[in-house]
Write a protein that binds this ligand. Structure first.
Ligand code: DAH
Length: 337
């Protein structure tokens, strides 16, 4: 009897060490602890023993049953704890979760890159308010009273006198009011237009304006600076041309084109089959603008220019819809990492 009890104890310990499923627990209970299990069987056989053997063997059998029961209880507890902690679903062969690192938006990258080129040419960086007055946005920039840009159709007016600036050019007026020449600065920022949103236009976009005012500044200085910028930004082998244009605040005014690098000036969809891409507006500061800010046009002259940021990014990366730049679709944004 003693041997059978010891043999069974070894078996019970071995089985208990491998209890990891609910099914296994139940099998363990049935095999050893149920009414027809091995322990019950031994209790049955106890009856056949002699009177002096019975007490000690009975004691040993009770210990055996308690041991089996506490091993089972322990296994049940372990299994419940594992379930709660989710340990049973841990799959160490799964690949780790990727950590996505953020990066600058393509619009910010473009502003940074352009600013950097002008900084290296001695320009400082300035800014001004996005809510402007009619005076800075239009009047001091020599827009006539009946100019179409002053129409509600094109400009978001807040009150009769205040509006969301339609360009970054008013910062030049604020700078010239505050500082005496020489002034050499660029001013990037957000601008707003009351436009129908389409692939080509949006109600909010970005510009960088630039201004250089000093004694003896000429159109040749303007060309030299802007050609240097274009070559640094778009590539040194480009061809360029300046076309006469009109802006109320510059005289003469021009627009700068570069040869289309997407098709090698052969003509494509982006350059509208002309071989040329318009990249900015520019001109010599109109003496009327100087008169608003008390700079003497007899003593000083200056040039100014304005660059559309989204347009620049779209040309550089052949993006054909401005809305892609504002929708924050990560499939788009991550292409400019
Ligand atoms: N402000 C003009 C626009 O929004 C762009 C521009 C043209 C700015 C010529 C300038 C400039 O400073 O000289 O279309």
């Amino acid at each position: 009897m003693k041997d059978r009890i010891e043999g069974l104890l070894a078996k019970i310990r071995e089985s208990a060490a491998n209890l990891s499923t609910e099914e296994g627990l139940e099998q363990f209970r049935i095999a050893f602890l149920s009414r027809k299990g091995s322990i019950a069987q031994l209790f049955e056989d106890l009856k056949t023993l002699s009177a002096d053997e019975k007490p000690s063997m009975g004691k040993a059998l009770n210990v055996l049953r308690q041991t089996a029961q506490s091993l089972l209880d322990e296994a049940v507890e372990n299994l419940q704890r594992e379930k709660k902690s989710g340990k049973d679903v841990l799959d160490i062969t799964l690949p780790g979760r990727a950590q996505h690192r953020g990066h600058m938006h393509i619009v910010s990258q473009t502003i940074e890159e352009i600013s950097d080129i002008f900084r290296r040419m001695g320009f400082s960086v300035a800014d001004g308010p996005e809510i402007e007055t009619d005076h800075y946005n239009f009047e001091a920039l020599n827009f006539p009273a009946d100019h179409p840009a002053r129409d509600m159709q094109d400009t978001f007016f807040i009150t009769d006198s205040h509006l969301l600036r339609t360009h970054t050019t008013p910062v030049q007026v604020r700078l010239m009011e505050k500082y005496q020449p020489p002034i050499r600065a660029i001013f990037p920022g957000k601008v707003y237009r009351n436009e129908v949103i389409s692939a080509r236009s949006h109600v909010q976009f970005h510009q960088i304006d630039g201004l250089f005012v000093d004694k003896g500044v000429t159109f040749a200085d303007l060309k030299g600076t802007l050609v240097t910028f274009a070559k640094m930004y778009y590539g040194s082998s480009l061809k360029y041309r300046f076309r006469p244009s009109f802006f109320p605040f510059t005289e003469p005014s021009a627009e700068m084109d570069i040869s289309c690098y997407l098709c090698n000036a052969k003509g494509c969809r982006v350059c509208k089959h002309t071989g040329w891409l318009e990249i900015l507006g520019c001109g010599m500061v109109d003496p009327n603008v100087f008169s608003f800010v008390n700079v003497d046009p007899e003593e000083f002259s200056g040039y100014a220019f304005g660059i559309g940021i989204e347009r620049t990014a779209m040309l550089r990366h052949a993006i054909d819809d401005i809305r892609l730049l504002f929708e924050n679709d990560l499939r788009v944004n991550h292409q400019f990492n």
